[in-house]
Design a binder for this molecule. Structure first.
Ligand SMILES: Nc1ncnc2c1ncn2[C@@H]1O[C@H](COP(=O)(O)OP(=O)(O)O)[C@@H](O)[C@H]1O
Ligand SMILES: [Mg+2]
Length: 241
């Protein structure tokens, strides 16, 4: 069942189009990797899905609730805030008051921490955690509102290889009940986990729904150009690897 449909989407911040004629269908329980070069429009696409950017041309239809883990959640690590306080903030929406969380909301935040195996850290300061642990907390924060679709924008960009794998293992587990859309630069890693891949560089260059087994290896490292060649599609000039 399709839960997110993007049709003929074109978007520009100023004059030039950043995204052009994007069409993408997301089915329930998909695990979609969005790859592509820097400046290719990946974050812009996520912001359009989230309604942070207004639609100009085309349409996006979403039938389920969305959670979001933004790119570069640079936090001031000396800011005195506890893990549980960060996670419970995931409940914030336009309708709820700014201060004071109900017992229910706090227990929900604890459940989200359990989902990412970080419940023992509830009362630790966020600044005392490793990059990978902090990213798990940001995922728990997004899970707080029980989303059916989880969007993540380069969730492992500043995390070591082992930490990356742990995050993707976690996403794979969450994918049993949640649709995952993840923007990633870690092509060789993400392809071991994703069920679909979409390459975006202004246009959607390809959208492959059947990742072949040869990509499902975490031992080999290959770049976008190689990936595209392996898929027998036209090659991309800006390889970033
Ligand atoms: N808020 C903004 N205002 C103007 N231009 C922007 C803004 N955000 C992104 N851009 C531009 O849009 C293009 C796509 O950016 P982005 O969606 O962040 O790409 P990606 O996430 O693939 O790296 C880039 O050229 C970027 O400079
Ligand atoms: Mg981006």
């Amino acid at each position: 069942m399709s839960i997110l449909q993007i049709k003929d989407l074109t978007f520009s911040y100023h004059k030039d189009n950043v995204l052009e004629d994007i069409n993408l269908n997301v089915e329930e329980k998909d695990f979609i990797a969005i790859i592509g070069p820097n400046g290719g429009g990946k974050s812009t696409l996520l912001k359009l899905i989230l309604g942070i950017n207004d639609i100009q041309n085309g349409s996006i239809n979403i039938s389920e609730s969305i959670g979001y883990v933004p790119q570069n959640t640079n936090i001031n690590t000396s800011f005195p805030i506890k893990v549980i306080e960060v996670v419970v903030m995931g409940h914030i929406n336009e309708k709820r008051p700014l201060f004071g969380y109900s017992k229910n909301e706090i227990s929900c935040a604890m459940d989200a921490l359990k989902q990412v195996s970080m419940e023992d850290y509830a009362n630790h300061r966020i600044g005392s955690l490793s990059g990978g642990q902090r990213q798990r907390i940001m995922i728990a924060r997004a899970l707080c509102a029980h989303p059916k679709i989880l969007l993540l924008d380069e969730p492992t960009s500043s995390i070591d290889v082992e930490g990356q794998k742990q995050i993707y293992d976690l996403l794979k587990e969450l994918n049993k009940s949640i649709t995952i859309i993840v923007v990633s630069h870690d092509i060789s890693v993400i392809l071991g986990f994703a069920s679909k891949v979409a390459h975006i560089n202004k246009t959607l260059t390809f959208h492959d729904t059947h990742l072949s087994k040869e990509f499902n290896t975490q031992d080999e490292h290959f770049c976008e150009v190689e990936l595209l060649q392996m898929l027998n599609k036209k090659s991309i000039k800006n390889c970033e690897c």
